[in-house]
Design a protein. Sequence first.
Length: 394
Amino acid sequence: MGWLKKSVMDQKKLFIDLWQSNDYTMTTLCKKFRISRPTGYKLVYDFQDFGEDAYYDLSRAPINTPHKTDSRIENHIIKLRKKYPNWGARKLKVLMERRFPKSNIPSETTVNAILKRNGLINSRKRRYKKQEKLYPQFDPAQPNHIWSADYKGKFKIGNKRYCYPLTVCDSNSRFILDIDCHYNPTYKAVKQAYTSIFRLHGMPKYIHTDNGTPFGSIQSPKRFSKLCYWLIDHGVTPLFSDPGCPQQNGRHERMHRDLKAFCKHKIKHTLTKQQKVLDDFKYEYNHIRPHESLDLNTPSSIHSTSIKHFNGKTEPFEYPLHFKVFKVTTNGAARWGAYHWLNVSRSARGRYVGAEEIGNGVWNLFYRNVLLGSFNTKTLNGKQSYMNLNRINV
């Protein structure tokens, strides 16, 4: 039996005081305090050995740990890790075997535990659950069918600020439509760059990017960010590489390799001067450099301006009459009926979405002509219920 819940330390002290008075037997005392006789005797023996420290909970750690790693070996593991901070337990074990007997060297798991205990392993950033594969099309048959866009890795220029080059290419002709230097990869900066390119070269059917900010949002339906909804407003459908699959946009990554080699020793002091370097690369890549995948032709000899023009206006869209149409609020949800809510995305706030029933309480949700996902109204119960979209591979 356990001690009374209130003030265990005071109960223990009172128990010892009464036992020392010799007015009570152990059986009577234990019955009074509602504990077992072995517990009472243990407290008395602890009091005789440790004095008033017996009132506190003593450590239950074992006095001896026969399987504990020898401190000399543990110190050597720490020393090796500090010398080779990017080496893991498997490689460190190989170095340990050159100095200590193999039987004395701890397992790989134990080496990792030693490193973590000494603060030599940083916890990895939490990864979101695995996203569904989209398998985007990335081999267009003609110019302006698919464009690709990405931010080349940042680098520091002479004024000690980072430069983020935004690159946009036509995936069929490999023509570089623009390289635009930014201090920060923001929605506003990319939108302005897209607008300039659209006015100069027309518009594509698709734009293929990775899932990084501001191009995509992993947590949104279809990975659509605020920039994606703006593109859809102007008739361009976003495409995304699957997470961890840069090869799906391999021709764009290959161009980045050439861009990096060109700029390696041409770092300027200001963003304006760095932009001039990138413009020189764009001209050389488009008009001078033969491209093997184009039968040694230049991209400019293959590319043509898109027949789809950009006027900067968002064309109105009318959903079919059998659709339910509702507005996405500032928190990213849309009201369903009088009490319920459908979580859509904060990227779509302020826009009107349409729902089409496909049977048995299941609805498909569209933004304009793009399917965002589906939801089931049979999951609703009570008041203030929330529904989430089920993601669909299309």
